[in-house]
Structure formats: C-alpha cells, structure tokens
Design a protein around this ligand. Structure first.
Ligand SMILES: NC(=O)c1ccc[n+]([C@@H]2O[C@H](COP(=O)([O-])OP(=O)(O)OC[C@H]3O[C@@H](n4cnc5c(N)ncnc54)[C@H](O)[C@@H]3O)[C@@H](O)[C@H]2O)c1
Length: 261
C-alpha cells in the first residue's frame, strides 16, 4: 500500500482539467481512488484513456443547481462520496477597493467561494449518512495575506478558510473532516482566467514585491514559481487520506515558508 493510500475511495475533484486539479486527479487515480472530475473545460483526454476509474462531468459550476446535479450524478454512479476536493478557481486582475468592477467581484466570489459552499452542502447528506467524509478546499496564501493579490481574490480565499473552519467544527463529531491547503505561486493556466479589461497595474505593482519574495528568478531576473502542481496534489492527497484522520480544520500552507511573512 502506498503512502496516503486512497484505495477504493470515491472522490469528487473540481477543476480537474487543468493545473492543480489535473495533478490531483492523476495522483488520486494512481493511488487507487475512483475520481468524479468536474470542469467547465474539456475532458482531460489522457486521464480518460489511462484510467477506467475516471469519470468526467462537464459543467459550469456557477450555474443554478449545477453543484447539486453534479453530486447527484456522482452518487448515482458510485453510491457514496468519500472525498470532496474543491479546486476549481479563478484569479482576479489585482483590482483594489478603488477600482474593482462588480462583474469581476461577482465572478471571483461565485467560483472561489459560493461554489465550494454549494458543493459541500450537496455532499454533506451522503457523508453524514456514511458517518465519514473528507473535504479539502484549495485556498491560497491570499487566504492569510492582504498583500499578494487583488481584493476579490483575497476576500474569496479568506472566505474559503472561514467556511473550512466552520464546516470542520460543525461536523467534527460526525466523522467528517474539512481542511484547506494554501498554495504559494504555482505555474498553471490560472492567469488565463484574468479578465484583462479589469487588470489593475497599480494594484499589481503594489503586490508584486511581496510575490517576488516567494518566487525564484531566472538568469534574466524574470520570476519563476518554485511550487509545482504535484507538490500541492500530494498535500491534498495526505489531507484526504486516513493518514491525516485527526487533522481537521487545518490550514496547510504549501509555499516553502512564504506563509511566515
Ligand atoms: N496557480 C497558483 O499560483 C495558485 C496559488 C494558490 C491557489 N491556487 C488555487 O488553485 C486552484 C486551481 O487553480 P490552478 O492554478 O490550477 O488554475 P487552472 O486555471 O490551471 O485550473 C482551474 C480549473 O478550474 C476550472 N474552472 C474555472 N471556473 C470553473 C467553473 N465555473 N466551473 C467549473 N470549472 C471551472 C477551469 O476550467 C480550470 O480547469 C484555484 O482555486 C486557485 O485559486 C492557485
């Protein structure tokens, strides 16, 4: 049995088509889980070819009832849900309180905070009935810092750790755990989610020095992220496995000490 085995667990993973969600889905499948992957984007073709234990469900999770429908599909197929990983997310354009547009605020809050809450709500009846279940929310360094992202992303990720703690305490006597990982900068496709018409260069310039403290630099001084999607996936797998069975309500930074400042 491998470290942090997920053998025969049934996991829902959102954002499975790219970045951290894709790396997590592959790791879970390699460790024996059946994964019900959800994304607005296209199916990750290689995973579908490599693993018969992978099911893909394409939906825009911000649409009305989308979370409930997705969870019902998973239960229809597997009859249970052992693990929920809330990974789908988007970035903001570094807007501050003086520049933020409602459209960006609503989009970022909906995907990064409201959708994870809807999915937890939809999964909890099955987890309560089973008297077991593990939820991992993908938060961020921006969950504990006001100095590395825009207002919308920072508020959404602060909100997500509040939701994580609330769920952890509320259901800790029912065999259900809820934790969060707080990654540092990871090279993924998240920059493509920025609405460039709302990019705030003054905001970006205020936050960039803090980001630079964390990244490495190439020979020309350009920033190079040091945390890989696989590093975050391993943290999520640990928190999802029975190895962490007494870890509940924890915020685990995966950022090589960036969280200390
Ligand atoms: N990349 C980083 O530096 C970093 C750092 C800290 C936290 N995070 C968090 O990690 C998580 C994953 O991001 P990533 O960096 O892998 O980005 P990514 O863009 O590579 O992946 C995000 C995935 O979420 C999906 N998604 C977005 N909106 C959706 C919707 N409405 N419905 C369904 N799926 C949707 C996208 O299609 C995409 O496949 C996010 O929550 C992000 O905030 C990322």
């Amino acid at each position: 049995m491998s470290i942090s085995s997920l053998q025969d667990k049934v996991a829902i993973i959102t954002g499975c088509s790219s970045g951290i969600g894709l790396a997590t889905t592959r790791l879970f499948l390699e460790r024996g889980a059946s994964v019900f992957g959800i994304d607005i984007g296209a199916q990750p073709q290689k995973l579908a070819e490599d693993f018969s234990t992978f099911t893909f469900y394409q939906t825009n999770l911000t649409e009305s009832q989308a979370a409930e429908h997705a969870v019902a599909k998973c239960i229809g197929k597997h009859n249970r849900i052992d693990i929920l990983v809330n990974c789908a997310g988007v970035s903001d354009g570094f807007s501050s309180a003086d520049t933020i547009h409602d459209e960006e605020l609503e989009k970022v809050m909906a995907i990064n905070l409201t959708v994870p809450i809807h999915l937890m709500k939809a999964c909890l009846p099955a987890m309560k009935e089973q008297k077991s279940g593990t939820i991992v929310n993908v938060a961020s360094k921006a969950s504990i810092s006001g100095a590395c992202s825009g207002l919308a992303y920072t508020a959404s990720k602060h909100g997500l750790v509040g939701a994580t703690k609330n769920v952890a305490w509320r259901f800790h006597q029912e065999g259900i755990r809820c934790n969060a990982v707080l990654p540092g900068g990871v090279p993924t496709n998240i920059a493509s989610s920025v609405q460039m018409e709302h990019f705030d260069s003054a905001g970006f310039n205020a936050f960039f020095p803090v980001i630079q403290l964390h990244v490495s630099k190439d020979s020309e001084g350009a920033p190079v992220p040091i945390i890989g999607a696989d590093d975050v996936a391993r943290g999520i797998a640990f928190l999802s496995s029975d190895e962490s069975k007494m870890i509940n309500g924890a915020m685990i930074p995966i950022d090589n000490a960036w969280s200390t400042i």
